[in-house]
Design a protein around this ligand. Structure first.
Ligand SMILES: Nc1ncnc2c1ncn2[C@@H]1O[C@H](COP(=O)(O)OP(=O)(O)OP(=O)(O)O)[C@@H](O)[C@H]1O
Ligand SMILES: [Mg+2]
Length: 234
């Protein structure tokens, strides 16, 4: 695997004809977590959405594992680069049905291995086996967020994009989820997480990217404490 999961070169992104990300140039390391921080509206979610092609920039280039992101079939890309939304929509039916449906979307079928993986991903997402038979729509916001994470994990993604995964959790549950994420990091998953809670980034021990009004104003390298390439464009 390339040293970098993603490389962005001079990426400009617009929503409704307004620039929401300005000339972003940076590299995101593979196998190491990255936290995105910045105030509300600074562009964290917009940035994440570019990385699995939920949206496309108006200019610039995004490479995934050294190749332009648009060269990968979208469905394939999204099994490698999973996205757990902040306020995820559940499919109808039970949690286990939700998880198996994700596997079917990715591979066109559901295998015994998928059935076997259901309990595994529930635990990885800090849920437990008793959730499998619950109606997904009736879960709390925080439970749905974790089901969304479990759903994403069904396809064993190399990269996990997480949009404020603890925003609907009480502090204790949030800390437990961060512990669960640490395990995923140790198993080699590249976690890229938007968060408002600085201590979560510190707990994960990754690099940090600071957004301000659509610009990257700081890119901190966890290992050296140095900046790896802050971009200031006036
Ligand atoms: N669907 C949309 N249509 C138009 N503009 C949007 C849309 N979603 C977000 N924006 C704008 O894009 C900019 C960046 O928003 P974004 O959601 O990326 O910020 P954020 O850093 O994730 O904020 P938060 O911490 O509140 O989640 C904001 O100015 C926002 O108003
Ligand atoms: Mg957001």
């Amino acid at each position: 695997m390339s040293e970098f999961a993603f490389e962005l070169r001079d990426v400009v992104h617009e929503r409704q004809k307004r620039i929401v990300l300005h000339n972003i140039t940076l590299k995101l390391r593979a196998g190491r977590p990255t936290c995105l921080i910045g105030s509300s509206g600074s562009g964290k979610t917009s940035f994440l959405r570019l990385l699995n092609r939920l949206e496309s920039p108006v200019s610039g280039e995004i490479l995934f594992k050294g190749r332009p992101i648009e060269q990968y079939p979208v469905r394939q890309l999204r099994t490698w680069v999973g996205f757990a939304f902040q306020a995820p929509a559940m499919f109808e039916g039970t949690v286990s049905h939700n998880l198996l449906t994700a596997a079917r979307f990715a591979n066109g079928k559901i295998t015994q291995a998928d059935h076997d993986r259901v309990n595994e991903v529930l635990i990885l997402a800090d849920l437990n086996e008793s959730y499998a038979d619950r109606e997904a729509d009736q879960l709390s916001g925080g439970e749905k967020q974790r089901v969304a994470l479990a759903r994403t994990l069904m396809t064993k993604p190399e990269v996990l994009l997480l949009d404020e995964p603890t925003s609907a959790l009480d502090p204790k549950s949030g800390a437990r989820l961060v512990e669960a994420l640490k395990k995923l990091v140790h198993s080699g998953v590249t976690v890229i997480m938007a968060t408002h809670r600085l201590e979560e980034g510190e707990a994960l021990g990754g690099d940090t990217i600071v957004f301000e009004a659509g610009r990257v104003v700081e890119h901190r390298d966890a290992t050296s404490g140095n900046e790896t390439g802050a971009v200031h464009v006036e």
